[in-house]
Design a protein. Structure first.
Length: 164
C-alpha cells in the first residue's frame, strides 16, 4: 500500500513496471553470493556436532526463503512514469522511495546491461543530474524500451535544459 505522501499521483499517472525477468537476475546474483556460505556450511556440517549443523542449516534455509520473497516483492515495487515536466521513479518494499527528476535537470542518460542482464534480455537506464543524490536508476527494462526511454529523456532534457 502506498501513502499519498509518496504517491500523490497514483490515480492519474500511468506507471510502467519493470520486467519480471529481473527477479531471476537478482536471485541468481544473490545465489552467487551465497555460495561461500554454503561452502562454510559444508565445513560446519563435517566438523560441528549434528545439532549445531542442523540448526545453522535450518536458519540458513529460513533466511534464504525470506530473501527470495523480499527480492520478488522488491522487483514488483519498481516502476516509472513519464510526466509532462519530470520523470517519476518509485521502488522499495519496507522503505518506499519516489524520485522526481525534472527533464531540464538531466545531464545525461546511460543504458547499461551486465552479463546476467544480457542473458535475460534486460537493460538498466540511469539518469544523471548535477546533484549526485538525485540520480535515478530504472533496472529491468527490455533493451528496446530502455533505448526508447533513453532517447525520449535525452530529447526532453535537451528541449527543456536550463543552461546547466
Amino acid at each position: 500500500m502506498t501513502s499519498a505522501a509518496i504517491d500523490p499521483w497514483a490515480a492519474e499517472t500511468p506507471w510502467h513496471p519493470v520486467s519480471r525477468k529481473l527477479v531471476w537476475v537478482r536471485l541468481i546474483s544473490f545465489g552467487l553470493g551465497v555460495i561461500p556460505l554454503l561452502v562454510g556450511l559444508g565445513f560446519l556440517w563435517a566438523l560441528a556436532p549434528p545439532s549445531v549443523a542442523v540448526g545453522v542449516a535450518l536458519a540458513l534455509v529460513v533466511t534464504l526463503g525470506f530473501r527470495v520473497v523480499m527480492v520478488i516483492r522488491a522487483v514488483r515495487s519498481w516502476g516509472y512514469a513519464e510526466r509532462e515536466q519530470e520523470l517519476l521513479v518509485r521502488h522499495g518494499v519496507m522503505v518506499h522511495r519516489l524520485s522526481i527528476v525534472p527533464y531540464g535537470r538531466m545531464q545525461f542518460v546511460d543504458v547499461s546491461a551486465g552479463p546476467l542482464e544480457r542473458v535475460f534480455g534486460l537493460a538498466t537506464v540511469q539518469l544523471h543530474t548535477a546533484a549526485a543524490a538525485s540520480d535515478a536508476v530504472i533496472p529491468g527494462l527490455e533493451p528496446q524500451a530502455a533505448t526508447g526511454l533513453r532517447d525520449r529523456l535525452a530529447a526532453l532534457g535537451h528541449s527543456r535544459s536550463e543552461g546547466l
